[in-house]
Design a protein around this ligand. Structure first.
Ligand code: SR1
Ligand code: MG
Length: 408
């Protein structure tokens, strides 16, 4: 019998005994220190470190209610989903995902690699760090983790088993509400609208019926198009990075959905970094370097994704009908359409919805934050409304961004 045979929410004091019982990771005489380091909305994250050797491990436990809102309950099954997808992504995109040592389905806790020497990307971006290899790494991650999980590549029965095992209703509901619904009609009364922009948001988002129609179409596509095993929450807080290397983690929102969801998330979140740099940095070479790098990176991510997708498709396609001439181009075109749409939805929801991003909320000067949010919303509407035809290469994103900036 162990006190970890029944689920409870662990505290710092429980972690040493827990890890020593579950895993042969530290020696008996280790001088262990534990810290709670989580700053996400959902889970509890601990680092346990041996003062003798410096060796460390991460323990992530899913709670039954959200950290940001005790009223919101969530199935702890998300821990199983996260551990399972990390294993799958680790095989598809070796080296770009941290290693899971153990998943404990009683405590709903994962014991995993500490990504030592890496910084949470959003934190680094808010310090206006640049990461020259990011576009290369993330485009590989996207192509490998997404395309290899589709029916184009996988056996159809094996893929359906995956669809079944990644049914994730509670976390999907969060995205259905927060990404595809509440930014357009605040029926749960939990949007965070920046007061100086309230009129702008009312006119541009709450009252724009044409936009609502496109949001409704995309919402039901997100819910019903089981295309690829997506990460489901691929923002810059789900990435640990340094100058040489990138890790993608925290895929607890995973399920089968359009692959453009992950690509669009990255694009939107990279642009928040531009907004922060533009608003907060002093004019000059440093600012030009950072903001220029962000725009180059957005363009590169799209172009590298397209190039790698085409190579991977040719190498890995197994379905005989998917080998039909013209099919790959049609399929990629739909992925690019979905990417632009999602870049729009993620942009809007992080500005007016319940879960904001520090890149924007951290802009202290009212006028500058107001301007940044108007640029984001204007750009996002262009992404959504013109997603079918206007966003087929990296340069299309750059010119849409420039157009939106020029308006404010
Ligand atoms: C209620 S949870 C809010 C957000 O945090 C997660 O990271 C997801 O992005 C979710 O939408
Ligand atoms: Mg997260």
């Amino acid at each position: 019998m162990s006190r970890f045979d029944t689920y409870f929410l662990m505290k710092v004091e429980d972690i040493e005994e827990y890890v020593q019982e579950k895993l042969n990771f530290f020696p008996k005489d280790a001088k262990l220190e534990c810290k709670e380091i989580g700053d996400g909305n959902l889970n509890y994250v601990f680092r346990l470190r041996d003062g003798n050797t410096g060796k460390s491990i991460i323990i992530k436990q899913a709670g039954e209610e959200l950290r940001i809102s005790k009223e919101m309950k969530l199935s702890t099954d998300r821990g199983r989903i996260e551990a399972k997808i990390l294993g799958i992504q680790g095989k598809a995109a070796p080296g770009l995902v941290p290693e899971v040592y153990l998943y404990d389905n009683v405590m709903c806790a994962m014991l995993m690699q500490d990504m030592v020497g890496h910084t949470m990307m959003r934190t680094g971006l808010m310090q206006h760090e640049t990461y020259p290899l990011f576009a290369e790494h993330i485009s590989t991650f996207l192509v490998n983790s997404l395309l290899l999980s589709t029916d184009v590549v996988m056996g159809h029965k094996a893929k359906k088993e995956y669809v079944k095992s990644f049914i994730n209703p509670d976390l999907c509901e969060i995205s259905e509400d927060l990404v595809y619904s509440e930014p357009f009609m605040d029926y749960n009364h939990r949007n965070n609208v920046f007061p100086p922009n309230a009129e702008f948001v009312k006119k541009e988002l709450y009252e724009d019926k044409k936009l609502h129609l496109e949001a409704a179409k995309c919402k039901f596509d997100f819910m019903n198009h089981a295309q690829a095993l997506i990460h489901g929450d691929l923002h810059t807080g789900s990435i640990f990075i340094n100058q040489e290397h990138t890790y993608v983690f925290d895929p607890e929102f995973a399920f089968y959905a359009p692959m453009g969801y992950d690509i669009g998330n990255i694009i939107a979140n990279m642009f928040f970094a531009w907004c922060n740099g533009d608003a907060v940095m002093e004019d000059g070479a440093e600012k030009d370097k950072f903001c220029g790098w962000v725009l180059d990176t957005i363009e590169e991510i799209v172009d590298k994704f397209i190039a790698k997708f085409k190579v991977s498709f040719q190498e890995n396609v197994t379905d005989p009908m998917a080998k039909t001439e013209g099919f790959m181009e049609w399929y990629l075109d739909t992925v690019l359409r979905d990417t632009a749409g999602v870049a729009g939805f993620e942009s809007i929801r992080r500005v007016v919805g319940m879960a904001n991003v520090k890149d924007i909320t951290g802009i202290q000067e009212e006028a500058k934050r107001g301007r940044a949010e108007k640029i984001v919303i204007t750009l996002a509407k262009n992404y959504i409304m013109n997603r079918e035809v206007s966003f087929k290469k990296g340069a299309d994103y750059r010119s849409a961004i420039q157009d939106a900036i020029n308006q404010f």
